[in-house]
Design a protein around this ligand. Sequence first.
Ligand code: ADP
Ligand code: MG
Ligand code: ZN
Length: 637
Amino acid sequence: MKYISSSTSPQNQSTTMKSSKQRKLTTNKHSQKRRLMGWGKLVTSGLFLQLLLMASPSWGQEEKDKYTYSELLNDIDAGKVTQVEIDPRLQKATVTLENQEKTEEVPLFKQNPELIDRLKANDVKIDYNPSPDNSAMVRLMLQIPIIFLILIIVIAIVRRSANMSGQAMSFSKSRAKFQMEPKTGISFTDVAGIDEAKEELQEVVTFLKESEKFTAIGAKIPKGVLLIGPPGTGKTLLAKAVAGEAGVPFFSISGSEFVEMFVGVGASRVRDLFKKAKENAPCLIFIDEIDAVGRQRGVGYGGGNDEREQTLNQLLTEMDGFEGNTGIIVVAATNRPDVLDKALMRPGRFDRQVMVDYPDLKGRQGILEVHARDKKVDEEVSLEAIARRTPGFTGADLSNLLNEAAIFTARRRKEAITMEEINDAIDRVVAGMEGTPLVDSKSKRLIAYHEIGHALVATVITGHDPVEKVTLIPRGQAKGLTWFTPDEDSGLVTRNQLLARIAGLLGGRAAEEVIFGEDEVTTGAGNDIEKVTYLARQMVTRFGMSELGLLALEEDEQDNYAAFDEIATQIDTQINVIVEKCHQKAQTIIRENRAMVDRLVDILIDQETIEGDEFRQLLEKYKEPVDSAGPELCKSV
Ligand code: ADP
Ligand code: MG
Ligand code: ZN
């Protein structure tokens, strides 16, 4: 507003514009923003003025004017003119004639020496009165929106390219989106139930605390640790505890903050983050939800995302860039390790991976203890009993549970949390969880038999990988799981090993059949059967391990349908033979160890998890005298 009305000539106006435009390009983002807002006002006020001008009656006045220059000169000479107002901008004179109300308007030339001379000669009053130039202003105003638009585009381009070439630091620095906590105030005693992860990270604490010790002997300190685990299991907490234990600052940023940004901003944030971290070394950098940036490059929605890739590349560059001994350790967290770009796991990057899993019974009890510390809990409340009732709960769920209970207690105006509040809180938390945890005792028992079936058959039979862990803690789709430690150098697999694997896979279903009867078997074995079929088919069609002999019977060679049909039938028969034999074997093992199976199931239901070594010890302890299962399996098929 002010800007328009204060200018007196078109030349002035355009130069002001130009210089402010130049300034705009060189100024920083903040003032750019302010200026843009100013421009917005300018445009609206410009448009407003324009409307006013159009509506004003003086518009288009020139046409009706017939008073000429020569007439004016004559009138001056004749002494009829009393006053002349000269407007140099519009190049016109407003003439006041003697005895006349109305003034006349006369177009002038650029220079009017003759007129001035005559006016002086005739002693006419001259007013020099430059008026605002409507037409020039209107033209200008029409241009402003266009100029404004161009400016926006130019700014966008400049900003983008500046960011890309790394000159944007001064722009975005003040808006850096990472957090820094000089002291997290969290120690390992605040973290429970994930002891293995804690142990592994204990080492990281030592690296941060006493990095000189390692550098003195030339040892390279690892740079990156990847925490893998479902949400709420305590990954963030653990990272904070590491920083807390080591007494170093905690820098954190979330991968999800990088997405949906202008190209280059994520990368510049990563750069800022590492720069700040280096200034504060030793320190810990925590990157949460790294999968949001660390997804495999070139895949995903719409075939890749520039911004994400740039951010990831910047992250990789930074991690490669700093020496292992600068005292910076990067801890990242994800619950989707499967989608991560392999480049992230290379040596010198996140080469250490730590699993942070659902807590087991003891773990849950430990977590409850941690969170009960600062709450008033009635003596009658047994944390162990709560832990027993909450399989599948994460640390976050448990913390939430106790908090809900505390809220109930306060609302009921009680002194301390009692079992009543705990029960209500469990109901509430369970209702808010996805997937119901395994509290139903009947299906829990069935699943326990199924898993023990796998573990027992696999352990009794020769040639099977050792059991690592049997667990009833649900994970994803599976309600229970039996893990095996794969043989280290299993390049070649024998026929006996394959048969043992098939029998082990059928152990779950076999246990269901033996214990609950054929009619009570469940869909829980679906996945097992799929794997069994695949293995058995491979034995027949690829490895020459059936009566069909040493033939590679690739099924996609379908030139001859008749022959293929016949072979296909034979293949199926052979697969059946193998699977049935293994099935029989598995059933036999379960039957012969029936009493032991029951005991193991009780233990599993009680503990939820049995580690491999413990499982083998229990087997030894409860071993029954009859033990015919064993190495002759291979001969029987
Ligand atoms: P994640 O980062 O794995 O999603 P968080 O670390 O954010 O999980 O956990 C959220 C909250 O849940 C923590 O602040 C803490 O109160 C509680 N919590 C989670 N896991 C644990 C644990 N293992 N021990 C104690 N508290 C835990
Ligand atoms: Mg977290
Ligand atoms: Zn199974």
